[in-house]
Design a protein around this ligand. Sequence first.
Ligand code: ADP
Ligand code: AMP
Length: 218
Amino acid sequence: MNVVFLGPPGAGKGTQARRLAERYGVAHIATGDILREAMASGSDLGRKAKSYYDRGELVPDEVMLEVVAHRLRQADAAQGFVLDGFPRTVPQAEGLDRILRSMGRRVEAVLLFQVPQPALVRRLAGRWVCRAAGHVFHEVYSPPKVAGRCDHDGSELVQREDDRPETVERRLEVYVRQTEPLVEYYRGRGLLHTVDASADPDEVARRVEAALREAGAL
Ligand code: ADP
Ligand code: AMP
């Protein structure tokens, strides 16, 4: 399974990618998670990313391509991957194709997560993530069993800096301007499958698996 999850912030890509990767034993590669870890540890990558991240802008393509090229070569990605939040620009998609070609691999399917904008804003405003591992909750749609604590590892739940309303607005604009052109990029290559992701998480998971089966990626 070598697949890309595409869609606006808050569409539920991370929620579904984590489930799918656990179920099928493939790598969940979330570039946003990689950047948040890098910023928390204060690494070179974290320092490079921070000013873009905080404004809701995209980190430069060459930085992201290096991150993904390295990550795809790690052992757990050999069985397959779900890319979540990457690519986000046409040059990133072209770079991804080059990296995979050099490894004798390719993207098999791209799932476009579709959710109406007002629902995206509600999902982002109520998102809480755990400090330890980035497990994702929602205060209304998927609340933790104990308020403020992760169900999986007990760590503290926090809101993402970039989920503040001003930054959310900017991220949605950036999505339309810089990432949405990928819809045509992948449609033109016959790889695009749309998923109505406005239902509850279990139903969306069924739709994701159905779309992957139809695409021959599962
Ligand atoms: P993305 O990775 O696309 O930005 P997330 O998976 O982090 O999105 O989901 C954004 C927020 O919406 C989280 O708080 C998550 O718990 C919640 N969420 C995810 N999927 C659904 C769903 N199908 N219905 C309602 N809320 C959802
Ligand atoms: P996400 O967790 O996917 O919502 O990403 C959070 C932020 O990380 C984005 O707003 C960008 O600043 C940065 N980011 C994540 N993935 C990428 C990418 N593929 N290209 C550029 N910036 C990215």
